[in-house]
Design a protein around this ligand. Structure first.
Ligand code: GLY
Length: 578
Protein backbone atom coordinates (compact mmCIF):
# COMPACT_ATOMS: atom_id res chain seq x y z
CA UNK A 1 0.00 0.00 0.00
CA UNK A 2 2.90 2.39 0.73
CA UNK A 3 3.87 1.96 -2.90
CA UNK A 4 0.38 2.95 -3.98
CA UNK A 5 0.58 5.97 -1.71
CA UNK A 6 3.89 7.14 -3.18
CA UNK A 7 2.58 6.71 -6.75
CA UNK A 8 -0.43 8.77 -5.78
CA UNK A 9 1.68 11.53 -4.25
CA UNK A 10 3.99 11.62 -7.27
CA UNK A 11 1.09 11.80 -9.70
CA UNK A 12 -0.59 14.52 -7.74
CA UNK A 13 2.40 16.54 -6.65
CA UNK A 14 2.27 18.97 -9.54
CA UNK A 15 -1.46 19.42 -9.08
CA UNK A 16 -1.00 19.97 -5.38
CA UNK A 17 1.55 22.67 -6.05
CA UNK A 18 -1.01 24.45 -8.17
CA UNK A 19 -3.94 24.10 -5.87
CA UNK A 20 -2.64 23.91 -2.31
CA UNK A 21 -3.41 27.08 -0.48
CA UNK A 22 -0.38 28.50 1.32
CA UNK A 23 -2.68 30.01 3.92
CA UNK A 24 -4.06 26.55 4.66
CA UNK A 25 -0.57 25.29 5.44
CA UNK A 26 0.03 28.09 7.88
CA UNK A 27 -3.35 27.83 9.54
CA UNK A 28 -5.17 24.56 8.92
CA UNK A 29 -8.68 25.27 7.83
CA UNK A 30 -7.87 28.92 7.38
CA UNK A 31 -9.77 29.58 10.62
CA UNK A 32 -8.58 32.40 12.82
CA UNK A 33 -9.73 32.29 16.40
CA UNK A 34 -7.66 34.32 18.76
CA UNK A 35 -9.94 33.96 21.76
CA UNK A 36 -8.80 31.41 24.31
CA UNK A 37 -11.24 28.52 24.69
CA UNK A 38 -13.14 28.39 27.95
CA UNK A 39 -11.90 25.52 30.08
CA UNK A 40 -13.62 23.77 32.94
CA UNK A 41 -12.58 21.07 35.39
CA UNK A 42 -15.83 19.89 37.00
CA UNK A 43 -18.20 19.05 34.19
CA UNK A 44 -19.37 20.16 30.82
CA UNK A 45 -22.36 19.87 28.48
CA UNK A 46 -22.51 20.79 24.79
CA UNK A 47 -25.89 20.63 23.08
CA UNK A 48 -27.96 22.23 20.34
CA UNK A 49 -29.94 24.56 22.63
CA UNK A 50 -28.88 26.71 25.59
CA UNK A 51 -31.96 25.47 27.51
CA UNK A 52 -30.97 21.81 27.18
CA UNK A 53 -27.35 22.59 28.06
CA UNK A 54 -28.62 24.36 31.21
CA UNK A 55 -30.76 21.33 32.11
CA UNK A 56 -27.67 19.13 31.98
CA UNK A 57 -25.61 21.66 33.94
CA UNK A 58 -28.27 21.82 36.67
CA UNK A 59 -28.04 18.05 37.11
CA UNK A 60 -24.21 18.05 37.08
CA UNK A 61 -24.05 20.87 39.63
CA UNK A 62 -26.55 18.96 41.76
CA UNK A 63 -24.10 16.05 42.00
CA UNK A 64 -25.43 13.94 39.11
CA UNK A 65 -23.05 12.02 36.92
CA UNK A 66 -22.68 12.37 33.13
CA UNK A 67 -25.45 9.81 32.48
CA UNK A 68 -27.90 11.66 34.75
CA UNK A 69 -27.06 14.89 32.94
CA UNK A 70 -27.31 13.26 29.50
CA UNK A 71 -30.81 12.00 30.30
CA UNK A 72 -31.80 15.49 31.49
CA UNK A 73 -30.45 17.00 28.26
CA UNK A 74 -32.33 14.42 26.19
CA UNK A 75 -35.69 15.28 27.78
CA UNK A 76 -34.96 19.03 27.63
CA UNK A 77 -34.16 18.80 23.90
CA UNK A 78 -37.60 17.21 23.40
CA UNK A 79 -38.98 20.56 24.63
CA UNK A 80 -36.52 23.14 23.28
CA UNK A 81 -35.59 21.57 19.93
CA UNK A 82 -38.84 20.19 18.49
CA UNK A 83 -37.16 19.81 15.08
CA UNK A 84 -35.09 16.87 16.38
CA UNK A 85 -35.08 16.51 20.16
CA UNK A 86 -37.87 14.10 20.92
CA UNK A 87 -40.09 11.76 22.81
CA UNK A 88 -41.60 10.40 19.60
CA UNK A 89 -38.32 9.41 17.92
CA UNK A 90 -35.20 7.47 18.80
CA UNK A 91 -31.47 7.65 19.20
CA UNK A 92 -28.21 6.15 20.37
CA UNK A 93 -26.13 6.72 23.49
CA UNK A 94 -22.45 5.79 23.85
CA UNK A 95 -21.12 5.74 27.43
CA UNK A 96 -17.57 5.45 28.70
CA UNK A 97 -17.41 5.32 32.47
CA UNK A 98 -14.36 6.62 34.31
CA UNK A 99 -13.51 3.07 35.44
CA UNK A 100 -12.97 2.08 31.78
CA UNK A 101 -16.29 0.30 31.10
CA UNK A 102 -17.93 1.31 27.88
CA UNK A 103 -21.37 0.50 26.52
CA UNK A 104 -24.11 1.77 24.24
CA UNK A 105 -27.88 2.09 24.35
CA UNK A 106 -29.79 1.55 21.12
CA UNK A 107 -33.21 3.17 21.33
CA UNK A 108 -33.78 3.35 17.61
CA UNK A 109 -37.41 3.20 16.49
CA UNK A 110 -38.79 -0.14 15.27
CA UNK A 111 -41.10 -0.97 12.40
CA UNK A 112 -44.66 -1.53 13.70
CA UNK A 113 -46.02 -5.08 13.75
CA UNK A 114 -48.30 -4.36 10.78
CA UNK A 115 -45.45 -2.98 8.63
CA UNK A 116 -44.75 -4.79 5.36
CA UNK A 117 -41.76 -4.79 3.06
CA UNK A 118 -43.62 -3.03 0.23
CA UNK A 119 -45.80 -0.70 2.29
CA UNK A 120 -44.47 2.43 0.54
CA UNK A 121 -44.83 1.08 -3.03
CA UNK A 122 -47.75 1.50 -5.41
CA UNK A 123 -49.29 -1.38 -7.38
CA UNK A 124 -46.67 -0.89 -10.11
CA UNK A 125 -43.90 -1.28 -7.54
CA UNK A 126 -42.89 2.38 -7.51
CA UNK A 127 -42.13 4.31 -4.33
CA UNK A 128 -45.09 6.56 -3.39
CA UNK A 129 -43.53 9.98 -2.79
CA UNK A 130 -43.75 11.34 0.76
CA UNK A 131 -45.59 8.35 2.27
CA UNK A 132 -42.59 7.35 4.40
CA UNK A 133 -41.83 10.98 5.27
CA UNK A 134 -45.00 12.80 6.30
CA UNK A 135 -47.95 11.71 8.43
CA UNK A 136 -48.77 8.79 10.69
CA UNK A 137 -47.65 5.99 8.37
CA UNK A 138 -44.09 7.40 8.35
CA UNK A 139 -43.61 6.75 12.05
CA UNK A 140 -41.68 3.91 13.61
CA UNK A 141 -42.41 2.88 17.21
CA UNK A 142 -40.69 5.55 19.35
CA UNK A 143 -37.66 4.58 21.42
CA UNK A 144 -36.33 7.70 23.15
CA UNK A 145 -38.27 7.59 26.46
CA UNK A 146 -37.45 3.91 27.01
CA UNK A 147 -33.80 4.33 25.99
CA UNK A 148 -33.05 7.36 28.13
CA UNK A 149 -34.70 5.74 31.15
CA UNK A 150 -32.86 2.43 30.64
CA UNK A 151 -29.52 4.28 30.66
CA UNK A 152 -30.57 6.21 33.77
CA UNK A 153 -31.60 3.01 35.59
CA UNK A 154 -28.34 1.24 34.92
CA UNK A 155 -25.66 3.96 34.91
CA UNK A 156 -27.29 7.03 36.47
CA UNK A 157 -27.44 7.97 40.13
CA UNK A 158 -30.38 10.37 40.38
CA UNK A 159 -34.13 9.77 40.57
CA UNK A 160 -36.32 10.34 37.49
CA UNK A 161 -37.99 13.42 38.90
CA UNK A 162 -34.63 15.16 39.23
CA UNK A 163 -33.50 14.53 35.65
CA UNK A 164 -36.89 15.06 33.97
CA UNK A 165 -37.77 18.01 36.22
CA UNK A 166 -35.88 20.65 34.19
CA UNK A 167 -37.69 19.55 31.00
CA UNK A 168 -41.10 19.69 32.70
CA UNK A 169 -40.36 23.22 33.93
CA UNK A 170 -39.16 24.26 30.49
CA UNK A 171 -42.34 22.96 28.85
CA UNK A 172 -44.68 24.43 31.46
CA UNK A 173 -43.01 27.82 31.95
CA UNK A 174 -41.83 28.17 28.38
CA UNK A 175 -38.69 29.46 26.73
CA UNK A 176 -37.87 32.20 24.28
CA UNK A 177 -38.18 31.09 20.64
CA UNK A 178 -34.82 31.36 18.86
CA UNK A 179 -34.76 32.85 15.35
CA UNK A 180 -33.58 29.47 14.04
CA UNK A 181 -36.62 27.66 15.45
CA UNK A 182 -39.01 30.37 14.21
CA UNK A 183 -37.51 30.13 10.72
CA UNK A 184 -37.75 26.32 10.69
CA UNK A 185 -41.41 26.44 11.75
CA UNK A 186 -42.23 29.02 9.06
CA UNK A 187 -40.51 26.85 6.41
CA UNK A 188 -42.71 23.88 7.33
CA UNK A 189 -46.02 25.72 7.60
CA UNK A 190 -47.32 24.06 4.46
CA UNK A 191 -46.69 20.55 5.87
CA UNK A 192 -47.97 21.52 9.32
CA UNK A 193 -51.22 22.77 7.81
CA UNK A 194 -52.19 19.15 7.11
CA UNK A 195 -52.30 18.41 10.84
CA UNK A 196 -54.56 20.47 13.20
CA UNK A 197 -52.75 19.03 16.26
CA UNK A 198 -49.46 20.44 14.91
CA UNK A 199 -50.84 23.80 13.83
CA UNK A 200 -52.48 24.35 17.22
CA UNK A 201 -49.07 24.32 18.91
CA UNK A 202 -46.64 25.70 16.32
CA UNK A 203 -48.81 28.03 14.26
CA UNK A 204 -52.00 28.92 16.14
CA UNK A 205 -54.43 30.63 13.72
CA UNK A 206 -51.91 29.53 11.05
CA UNK A 207 -49.42 32.17 12.23
CA UNK A 208 -46.06 30.50 12.90
CA UNK A 209 -44.45 31.15 16.30
CA UNK A 210 -42.34 34.28 16.16
CA UNK A 211 -38.76 34.67 17.35
CA UNK A 212 -38.56 36.17 20.82
CA UNK A 213 -41.99 35.01 22.00
CA UNK A 214 -42.32 32.71 25.01
CA UNK A 215 -43.27 29.20 23.93
CA UNK A 216 -45.19 27.14 26.50
CA UNK A 217 -46.15 23.50 25.87
CA UNK A 218 -48.59 22.41 28.62
CA UNK A 219 -49.60 19.15 26.90
CA UNK A 220 -45.94 18.15 26.54
CA UNK A 221 -45.34 19.08 30.20
CA UNK A 222 -48.14 16.68 31.21
CA UNK A 223 -46.66 13.88 29.06
CA UNK A 224 -43.24 14.44 30.64
CA UNK A 225 -44.86 14.41 34.09
CA UNK A 226 -46.46 11.02 33.33
CA UNK A 227 -43.01 9.67 32.34
CA UNK A 228 -41.47 11.16 35.48
CA UNK A 229 -44.19 9.60 37.65
CA UNK A 230 -44.43 6.16 36.03
CA UNK A 231 -41.23 5.65 34.02
CA UNK A 232 -41.49 4.04 30.58
CA UNK A 233 -45.05 2.95 31.45
CA UNK A 234 -45.98 6.64 31.47
CA UNK A 235 -45.34 6.67 27.72
CA UNK A 236 -45.80 3.12 26.42
CA UNK A 237 -49.08 2.42 28.26
CA UNK A 238 -51.91 4.39 29.85
CA UNK A 239 -52.88 7.90 28.77
CA UNK A 240 -49.93 8.64 26.46
CA UNK A 241 -50.20 5.30 24.66
CA UNK A 242 -53.95 5.82 24.25
CA UNK A 243 -53.29 9.21 22.66
CA UNK A 244 -50.70 7.77 20.25
CA UNK A 245 -52.99 4.94 19.17
CA UNK A 246 -55.97 7.29 18.77
CA UNK A 247 -53.80 9.54 16.58
CA UNK A 248 -52.83 6.50 14.48
CA UNK A 249 -56.47 5.54 14.00
CA UNK A 250 -57.44 9.09 13.02
CA UNK A 251 -54.50 9.61 10.65
CA UNK A 252 -54.05 6.26 8.90
CA UNK A 253 -51.10 5.01 10.99
CA UNK A 254 -50.44 1.43 12.11
CA UNK A 255 -48.73 1.65 15.53
CA UNK A 256 -50.77 -0.36 18.06
CA UNK A 257 -50.87 -0.67 21.84
CA UNK A 258 -49.02 -3.97 21.46
CA UNK A 259 -46.22 -2.30 19.45
CA UNK A 260 -45.78 0.23 22.24
CA UNK A 261 -45.80 -2.43 24.97
CA UNK A 262 -43.31 -4.54 23.00
CA UNK A 263 -40.78 -1.71 22.54
CA UNK A 264 -37.55 -2.39 24.42
CA UNK A 265 -34.23 -0.56 24.03
CA UNK A 266 -31.07 -2.67 23.64
CA UNK A 267 -27.83 -2.27 25.50
CA UNK A 268 -25.16 -3.23 22.97
CA UNK A 269 -21.39 -3.57 23.03
CA UNK A 270 -19.80 -0.59 21.26
CA UNK A 271 -17.92 -1.02 18.03
CA UNK A 272 -14.25 -0.25 18.71
CA UNK A 273 -11.22 0.50 16.60
CA UNK A 274 -8.04 2.53 16.63
CA UNK A 275 -6.70 5.48 14.69
CA UNK A 276 -2.97 6.10 14.94
CA UNK A 277 -3.00 4.77 18.49
CA UNK A 278 -6.19 6.47 19.73
CA UNK A 279 -9.08 4.16 20.66
CA UNK A 280 -12.38 4.84 18.94
CA UNK A 281 -15.56 3.83 20.80
CA UNK A 282 -18.66 4.23 18.67
CA UNK A 283 -22.16 3.03 17.90
CA UNK A 284 -22.61 -0.46 16.39
CA UNK A 285 -25.47 -1.52 14.07
CA UNK A 286 -28.27 -0.65 13.63
CA UNK A 287 -26.04 2.37 13.23
CA UNK A 288 -23.83 2.34 10.18
CA UNK A 289 -21.97 5.25 11.81
CA UNK A 290 -19.51 3.40 14.04
CA UNK A 291 -18.53 0.71 11.50
CA UNK A 292 -18.10 3.20 8.65
CA UNK A 293 -16.20 5.71 10.80
CA UNK A 294 -13.71 3.03 11.84
CA UNK A 295 -13.45 1.62 8.32
CA UNK A 296 -12.66 5.07 6.92
CA UNK A 297 -10.14 5.82 9.68
CA UNK A 298 -8.47 2.48 8.96
CA UNK A 299 -8.16 3.38 5.27
CA UNK A 300 -6.78 6.81 6.24
CA UNK A 301 -3.98 5.20 8.26
CA UNK A 302 -2.31 4.27 4.96
CA UNK A 303 -1.68 7.95 4.20
CA UNK A 304 0.72 10.44 5.73
CA UNK A 305 -1.47 13.52 5.92
CA UNK A 306 1.47 15.66 7.07
CA UNK A 307 2.52 15.60 3.41
CA UNK A 308 -0.98 16.27 2.05
CA UNK A 309 -2.07 19.90 2.62
CA UNK A 310 -5.49 20.41 4.16
CA UNK A 311 -8.26 20.70 1.55
CA UNK A 312 -5.82 20.46 -1.33
CA UNK A 313 -6.94 18.45 -4.36
CA UNK A 314 -4.87 15.51 -3.12
CA UNK A 315 -6.58 15.63 0.28
CA UNK A 316 -10.07 15.88 -1.21
CA UNK A 317 -9.26 13.04 -3.63
CA UNK A 318 -8.07 10.64 -0.93
CA UNK A 319 -10.95 11.45 1.39
CA UNK A 320 -13.62 11.21 -1.33
CA UNK A 321 -12.34 7.81 -2.49
CA UNK A 322 -12.27 6.49 1.07
CA UNK A 323 -15.82 7.77 1.70
CA UNK A 324 -17.07 6.32 -1.61
CA UNK A 325 -15.83 2.83 -0.73
CA UNK A 326 -17.23 2.89 2.79
CA UNK A 327 -20.69 4.09 1.70
CA UNK A 328 -20.84 1.38 -0.99
CA UNK A 329 -20.46 -1.12 1.86
CA UNK A 330 -23.15 0.66 3.86
CA UNK A 331 -25.70 0.09 1.11
CA UNK A 332 -25.19 -3.66 1.04
CA UNK A 333 -23.83 -4.91 4.35
CA UNK A 334 -25.54 -2.85 7.03
CA UNK A 335 -28.91 -3.26 8.73
CA UNK A 336 -30.44 -4.23 12.07
CA UNK A 337 -28.19 -6.97 13.53
CA UNK A 338 -31.22 -8.60 15.18
CA UNK A 339 -32.58 -9.37 11.69
CA UNK A 340 -29.55 -9.48 9.40
CA UNK A 341 -26.06 -10.84 9.86
CA UNK A 342 -23.90 -7.70 9.71
CA UNK A 343 -20.18 -8.46 9.17
CA UNK A 344 -18.99 -5.85 11.65
CA UNK A 345 -15.60 -7.40 12.43
CA UNK A 346 -14.78 -7.52 8.74
CA UNK A 347 -15.91 -3.99 8.06
CA UNK A 348 -13.70 -2.61 10.84
CA UNK A 349 -10.68 -4.85 10.24
CA UNK A 350 -7.40 -3.18 9.27
CA UNK A 351 -6.75 -5.92 6.73
CA UNK A 352 -10.05 -5.31 4.92
CA UNK A 353 -9.43 -1.54 4.90
CA UNK A 354 -6.04 -2.15 3.28
CA UNK A 355 -7.59 -4.20 0.51
CA UNK A 356 -10.31 -1.61 -0.01
CA UNK A 357 -7.85 1.34 -0.08
CA UNK A 358 -5.58 -0.53 -2.49
CA UNK A 359 -8.15 0.09 -5.24
CA UNK A 360 -7.72 3.88 -4.92
CA UNK A 361 -5.91 5.21 -7.97
CA UNK A 362 -4.67 8.71 -8.78
CA UNK A 363 -8.00 9.85 -10.21
CA UNK A 364 -11.70 9.56 -9.31
CA UNK A 365 -13.10 6.02 -9.44
CA UNK A 366 -16.62 6.29 -10.90
CA UNK A 367 -19.10 4.99 -8.32
CA UNK A 368 -20.48 2.60 -10.96
CA UNK A 369 -17.13 0.79 -10.78
CA UNK A 370 -17.27 0.40 -7.00
CA UNK A 371 -19.48 -2.21 -5.46
CA UNK A 372 -19.67 -3.32 -1.87
CA UNK A 373 -16.59 -5.27 -0.83
CA UNK A 374 -16.47 -9.06 -0.54
CA UNK A 375 -17.39 -9.95 3.02
CA UNK A 376 -17.59 -13.70 2.42
CA UNK A 377 -14.57 -14.28 4.65
CA UNK A 378 -16.33 -12.47 7.48
CA UNK A 379 -19.94 -13.60 7.13
CA UNK A 380 -19.71 -15.97 10.08
CA UNK A 381 -20.00 -13.15 12.63
CA UNK A 382 -22.74 -12.19 13.79
CA UNK A 383 -31.59 17.84 8.02
CA UNK A 384 -32.67 16.75 11.38
CA UNK A 385 -31.16 15.00 14.18
CA UNK A 386 -29.31 16.38 17.15
CA UNK A 387 -26.22 15.45 19.06
CA UNK A 388 -24.97 16.29 22.55
CA UNK A 389 -21.91 15.51 24.62
CA UNK A 390 -21.48 15.38 28.40
CA UNK A 391 -18.44 14.88 30.65
CA UNK A 392 -18.55 14.93 34.46
CA UNK A 393 -15.92 15.69 37.08
CA UNK A 394 -14.93 12.04 37.43
CA UNK A 395 -14.32 11.64 33.70
CA UNK A 396 -17.51 9.71 32.85
CA UNK A 397 -18.36 10.57 29.24
CA UNK A 398 -21.63 10.32 27.34
CA UNK A 399 -22.15 10.90 23.62
CA UNK A 400 -25.77 10.92 22.44
CA UNK A 401 -27.43 11.44 19.06
CA UNK A 402 -31.23 11.48 18.82
CA UNK A 403 -33.51 12.04 15.88
CA UNK A 404 -37.00 12.36 14.44
CA UNK A 405 -35.35 11.90 10.98
CA UNK A 406 -36.53 14.90 8.91
CA UNK A 407 -36.95 18.28 10.59
CA UNK A 408 -40.00 17.89 12.92
CA UNK A 409 -40.16 14.21 11.85
CA UNK A 410 -43.51 13.22 10.30
CA UNK A 411 -44.80 16.78 11.06
CA UNK A 412 -47.60 15.10 13.01
CA UNK A 413 -48.02 16.01 16.68
CA UNK A 414 -49.86 13.47 18.82
CA UNK A 415 -53.01 15.31 19.80
CA UNK A 416 -53.14 15.97 23.53
CA UNK A 417 -49.62 14.62 24.12
CA UNK A 418 -47.76 17.54 22.53
CA UNK A 419 -44.88 15.76 20.79
CA UNK A 420 -43.97 15.02 17.18
CA UNK A 421 -43.88 11.50 15.81
CA UNK A 422 -40.82 10.53 13.80
CA UNK A 423 -40.66 9.71 10.08
CA UNK A 424 -37.90 7.18 10.61
CA UNK A 425 -39.56 4.55 8.38
CA UNK A 426 -37.91 6.44 5.50
CA UNK A 427 -34.53 5.22 6.76
CA UNK A 428 -35.48 1.71 5.63
CA UNK A 429 -34.84 0.77 2.01
CA UNK A 430 -38.42 1.10 0.69
CA UNK A 431 -37.26 -0.62 -2.49
CA UNK A 432 -33.78 -1.88 -3.46
CA UNK A 433 -31.95 0.87 -5.31
CA UNK A 434 -34.50 3.62 -4.51
CA UNK A 435 -32.79 6.52 -2.71
CA UNK A 436 -34.17 7.70 0.65
CA UNK A 437 -34.40 11.28 1.94
CA UNK A 438 -30.60 11.48 2.02
CA UNK A 439 -30.04 9.83 -1.37
CA UNK A 440 -28.81 6.69 0.40
CA UNK A 441 -29.35 3.31 -1.21
CA UNK A 442 -29.99 -0.04 0.43
CA UNK A 443 -31.31 -3.53 -0.14
CA UNK A 444 -32.18 -6.69 1.80
CA UNK A 445 -30.06 -5.83 4.83
CA UNK A 446 -32.25 -2.78 5.43
CA UNK A 447 -35.60 -3.98 4.06
CA UNK A 448 -38.74 -3.39 6.15
CA UNK A 449 -39.65 -6.22 8.54
CA UNK A 450 -42.05 -5.87 11.50
CA UNK A 451 -40.11 -5.15 14.69
CA UNK A 452 -36.89 -4.35 12.81
CA UNK A 453 -34.86 -1.19 13.38
CA UNK A 454 -34.11 0.95 10.33
CA UNK A 455 -30.43 1.56 9.51
CA UNK A 456 -29.02 4.82 10.85
CA UNK A 457 -26.00 7.02 10.21
CA UNK A 458 -25.89 8.48 13.71
CA UNK A 459 -22.34 8.30 15.03
CA UNK A 460 -22.04 9.25 18.70
CA UNK A 461 -18.37 8.61 19.46
CA UNK A 462 -15.86 8.78 22.30
CA UNK A 463 -12.11 8.73 21.68
CA UNK A 464 -9.56 7.58 24.20
CA UNK A 465 -5.97 8.85 24.03
CA UNK A 466 -3.25 7.47 26.28
CA UNK A 467 -5.86 5.55 28.25
CA UNK A 468 -7.99 8.59 29.06
CA UNK A 469 -10.98 10.22 27.35
CA UNK A 470 -9.86 12.79 24.80
CA UNK A 471 -12.86 13.62 22.63
CA UNK A 472 -16.65 13.21 22.92
CA UNK A 473 -18.16 13.99 19.53
CA UNK A 474 -21.13 13.63 17.22
CA UNK A 475 -23.42 15.58 14.92
CA UNK A 476 -26.75 15.59 13.11
CA UNK A 477 -26.79 15.67 9.30
CA UNK A 478 -28.37 12.52 7.83
CA UNK A 479 -25.93 10.75 5.56
CA UNK A 480 -23.26 13.41 6.23
CA UNK A 481 -23.12 12.54 9.93
CA UNK A 482 -20.39 9.93 9.50
CA UNK A 483 -18.14 12.02 7.26
CA UNK A 484 -18.59 15.06 9.52
CA UNK A 485 -17.47 13.11 12.60
CA UNK A 486 -14.61 11.70 10.52
CA UNK A 487 -13.38 15.16 9.51
CA UNK A 488 -13.68 16.65 12.99
CA UNK A 489 -11.46 13.81 14.21
CA UNK A 490 -9.03 14.10 11.31
CA UNK A 491 -8.76 17.88 11.54
CA UNK A 492 -7.50 17.52 15.10
CA UNK A 493 -5.57 14.26 14.86
CA UNK A 494 -3.85 14.85 11.51
CA UNK A 495 -3.93 18.62 11.03
CA UNK A 496 -3.34 19.78 14.60
CA UNK A 497 -6.43 22.00 14.74
CA UNK A 498 -8.07 23.10 17.95
CA UNK A 499 -11.54 21.70 18.57
CA UNK A 500 -13.13 24.96 17.41
CA UNK A 501 -11.03 25.08 14.23
CA UNK A 502 -11.82 21.44 13.54
CA UNK A 503 -15.55 22.05 13.91
CA UNK A 504 -15.69 25.34 12.05
CA UNK A 505 -13.62 24.19 9.05
CA UNK A 506 -15.78 23.69 5.94
CA UNK A 507 -16.58 20.04 5.31
CA UNK A 508 -16.72 17.74 2.31
CA UNK A 509 -18.87 14.66 1.68
CA UNK A 510 -19.03 11.74 -0.73
CA UNK A 511 -21.49 8.85 -0.25
CA UNK A 512 -20.97 6.55 -3.26
CA UNK A 513 -24.22 7.66 -4.92
CA UNK A 514 -24.80 10.36 -6.08
CA UNK A 515 -21.34 10.19 -7.69
CA UNK A 516 -20.55 13.71 -6.50
CA UNK A 517 -18.25 15.40 -3.99
CA UNK A 518 -20.29 17.87 -1.94
CA UNK A 519 -18.51 20.70 -0.14
CA UNK A 520 -19.37 23.58 2.11
CA UNK A 521 -18.68 27.13 0.98
CA UNK A 522 -15.03 27.98 1.37
CA UNK A 523 -13.77 24.39 1.46
CA UNK A 524 -11.78 24.70 -1.78
CA UNK A 525 -10.06 27.36 -3.81
CA UNK A 526 -11.11 27.75 -7.46
CA UNK A 527 -7.79 26.19 -8.47
CA UNK A 528 -8.48 23.14 -6.29
CA UNK A 529 -11.94 22.74 -7.81
CA UNK A 530 -10.39 22.88 -11.29
CA UNK A 531 -7.89 20.21 -10.29
CA UNK A 532 -10.61 17.98 -8.89
CA UNK A 533 -12.52 18.32 -12.16
CA UNK A 534 -9.44 17.25 -14.08
CA UNK A 535 -9.20 14.18 -11.82
CA UNK A 536 -12.74 13.19 -12.84
CA UNK A 537 -14.79 14.63 -9.97
CA UNK A 538 -18.17 16.26 -10.15
CA UNK A 539 -18.26 18.79 -7.30
CA UNK A 540 -21.29 20.60 -5.89
CA UNK A 541 -21.33 23.34 -3.26
CA UNK A 542 -23.97 22.58 -0.62
CA UNK A 543 -26.62 25.20 -0.06
CA UNK A 544 -27.09 24.08 3.56
CA UNK A 545 -24.51 23.57 6.30
CA UNK A 546 -23.15 20.07 6.76
CA UNK A 547 -23.83 18.91 10.30
CA UNK A 548 -23.85 20.76 13.60
CA UNK A 549 -21.26 19.36 15.93
CA UNK A 550 -21.50 19.41 19.72
CA UNK A 551 -18.29 18.11 21.23
CA UNK A 552 -16.06 18.19 24.30
CA UNK A 553 -12.29 17.73 24.24
CA UNK A 554 -10.36 16.89 27.38
CA UNK A 555 -6.79 18.11 27.53
CA UNK A 556 -3.87 18.27 29.96
CA UNK A 557 -2.58 21.73 30.80
CA UNK A 558 0.24 21.92 33.35
CA UNK A 559 -0.62 18.46 34.63
CA UNK A 560 -4.33 19.23 35.18
CA UNK A 561 -7.26 17.84 33.16
CA UNK A 562 -9.50 20.46 31.52
CA UNK A 563 -12.62 20.23 29.40
CA UNK A 564 -13.12 22.44 26.36
CA UNK A 565 -16.50 22.51 24.67
CA UNK A 566 -17.62 23.29 21.16
CA UNK A 567 -21.13 23.96 19.91
CA UNK A 568 -21.11 24.39 16.16
CA UNK A 569 -21.16 27.92 14.76
CA UNK A 570 -23.63 26.53 12.18
CA UNK A 571 -26.29 26.24 14.91
CA UNK A 572 -27.54 28.05 17.99
CA UNK A 573 -26.48 25.65 20.72
CA UNK A 574 -24.19 26.18 23.67
CA UNK A 575 -21.31 24.50 25.45
CA UNK A 576 -21.15 25.25 29.17
CA UNK A 577 -19.07 24.00 32.04
CA UNK A 578 -18.22 24.74 35.63
N1 GLY B 1 -32.51 9.59 10.53
C1 GLY B 1 -31.15 9.77 10.24
C2 GLY B 1 -30.31 8.64 10.71
O1 GLY B 1 -30.64 7.99 11.67
O2 GLY B 1 -29.32 8.35 10.10
Amino acid sequence: MNNARSILSLALSSLIALSACRKDQESPGGIKDDSLPHRYANGMVSSATPEATQAGMEVLRGGGNAVDAAVAVGFALAVSLPQAGNLGGGGFMVIRMADGRSTTFDFRERAPGKATRDMYLDSAGNVIPDLSLTGALAAGVPGSPAGLLAALDKYGTKPRRQVIGPAIRLAAEGFRVQPGLAANIAEKLHDFSRFPSTLAIFAPDTIPLKAGTTFRQPALARTLQRISDSGAAGFYSGTTADMIVRQMERSGGIITHQDLLDYKPSERRPVVGTYRGDSIISMPPPSSGGPLLIQMLNMMEGYDFHTIPFHSAAHAHVMAEIMRRAYADRAHHLGDPDFFSVPVAGLVSKEYAKSRAATITDSATPSARISSGDMSAYMHESPQTTHYSVVDKDGNCVSVTVTLNASFGSKLVVDGAGFFLNDEMDDFAAKPGAPNLYGLLGDTANAIVPGKRMLSSMTPTIIIRDGRPWLVVGTPGGSTIITTVLQVIQNQADYGMTLREAGDAPRIHQQWYPDTVYYEKGAFTTATLDTLKSLGYKTVERDAPSGRVDAIRIIDVDGKRWMEGYSDSRGYGSAEGY
